[in-house]
Each structure stands twice: as C-alpha cells, then as structure tokens.
Design a binder for this molecule. Structure first.
Ligand code: SAM
Length: 248
C-alpha cells in the first residue's frame, strides 16, 4: 500500500508546496507516496465555521478548539486506523532521524497543523495525538513544520532516492554529523580538496571521513556527542585522534 500523508490544516492550499517539486515532487507524481489535505474548518459546527476562541486565563491571540480538532482527528482515526496521528507544536517531542525512519517504515502518517497560539491541551489528553517539534524556535503555523517532517520521511521511502545507500551515511544516522563534502574544481580560491580524497585508497578515505565526522560533531554539536557517545570528552593535552576517529 502507498505511504500516505494526511494533513489537517486551515490552509490546504499550502500543499504540496515545496513537496511538489524535485525529489518529493517526482515521487508524488510517480505514486511512490500520496498526499491528502483535510480542511479543519469542515469540522466546525457553527455558521461561522469557527475553529478558535480566546485563551482561558487571558492573554494575546486565539487558541484552536479541542472539540473541533477532536472531530477532525476522530474522522481521521476512523478512516485511517493504525496510522500515527501527530500534531506539530514547539511543545512537542523533538523530531529526530530515528523518529523519521520509524515513520517512513510505517503506512504513512496523519499530521495536525496548529495556528494562532496553538492547540487546546485537552486534545492531547483525550486523543492519541503525538506532539512533535521541529526545533527550538517558533513558526507562524504548523504547515511548514509538517512539510519538514514529510520531506524527511518521503526521501527515505523505497525508490525515492537514487542510490539505495544514499541515506545510510548521512548526518544523525550513526549519532554523528556527516563528514564534509567536496567536488571539482580541485582548487578554488586557493583552497584544495583534501589530498586523501583523491588518493583512490578507499580504506583511507573511509577512515578520514569517520575522523572528520567525529571531529565536526564534537566541535559543532557536543550535545550529539553526549547523547550518543556518553559524556563529551575534552581531549586532555597530548591526546590525539587517530585515523579511525578514536581517541588514543
Ligand atoms: N504559542 C505557541 C508556543 O509558544 O509554543 C506557538 C504557536 S505558533 C505561533 C503556531 C503553530 O505553529 C503551532 O501551533 C504549531 O503548529 C506551529 N509551530 C510553531 N513552531 C513550531 C515548531 N518549532 N515545531 C513544530 N510546530 C511549530
């Protein structure tokens, strides 16, 4: 069965947007995945098709109503039983490549896009909706966050990426950032491509890449080093990294 994304949104016209071009767009055209949008307003019950109301306790903005969202979510859960139901929110579980892999391996996903000040918290208490965040910053709406999530999943679907191994060495797959890339010209503004990459010695190249992945992760993302490799090690003076990326 085709991996299918259902997007619950107030702005269905935003889709497929960037997901309609390049890799994801071609895959969509080729039927490697499918996309449906659901207008949340269709589940409103008043004549104004209201989906939001003022925040309890006061404050700026509006909050998306639990009753309207629950009707949309219930409809989706009934139509697509067993498909994970997510909601984009900065208060959610941080999106990781491991989560992306798990979602890409399943039947697809349903995703609720927030707007305004966000979603009435009771929705998360009353329905199996997993809150997901794409990072520690605030967007104006969940649609762009959902596009990030979908793009990350779709590229992992069978047949979407050219070489079947393209995803395996990438950043976060082994808990590290990927090694840096270079291409021709060999010299640019006085900078040359590291000699080892032109050596043709595959073992040496692999060792260099692993060492750079470790080095760059340590300096740019000490949090990743800590999460995947235990406490971040500051090499004491005299300690050096060998070609395998191991500290000796
Ligand atoms: N008042 C909310 C807060 O401070 O947590 C922010 C609401 S934001 C203006 C509106 C919507 O954008 C959210 O309901 C959510 O759907 C989406 N959104 C914003 N930032 C996001 C993020 N980092 N990850 C996922 N969704 C996000």
């Amino acid at each position: 069965m085709t991996w299918t994304a259902s997007v619950l949104t107030l702005y269905p016209e935003m889709f497929p947007g960037p997901l309609g071009v390049s890799l994801a767009g071609r895959a969509l055209q080729d039927g490697l995945w499918s996309l449906e949008t659901v207008q949340i307003r269709d589940f409103a019950t008043d004549r104004h098709r209201s989906v939001d109301d003022t925040p309890a306790g006061g404050g700026a903005g509006m909050v998306m109503r639990a009753d309207v969202l629950a009707a949309a979510v219930d409809d989706m859960l009934e139509r697509r039983p067993g498909v994970p139901m997510l909601a984009m929110t900065p208060r959610g579980r941080p999106l990781t490549q491991a989560m992306v892999r798990e979602l890409a391996a399943g039947p697809g996903l349903s995703v609720l896009c927030g707007r305004f000040e966000g979603i009435d918290e009771r929705l998360f208490e009353a329905r199996p909706v997993v809150p997901v965040s794409i990072g520690d910053y605030v967007l104006s709406g969940g649609e762009t966050a959902a596009m990030v999530l979908l793009d990350a999943c779709v590229r992992l679907l069978p047949g979407v990426m050219g070489a079947p191994t393209s995803g395996e060495e990438e950043s976060f797959e082994a808990g590290l950032l990927e090694y840096p890339h270079y291409t021709r010209p060999q010299e640019w503004e006085g900078r040359t491509i590291p000699e080892v990459l032109r050596s043709g010695d595959h073992a040496k190249i692999a060792a260099w890449r692993k060492a750079r992945a470790v080095e760059d992760t340590r300096s740019r993302r000490p949090d990743l080093m800590e999460r995947h490799w235990g406490a971040p090690r500051q090499p004491p003076s005299g300690e050096r990294q060998d070609d395998e990326g191991e500290l000796t």
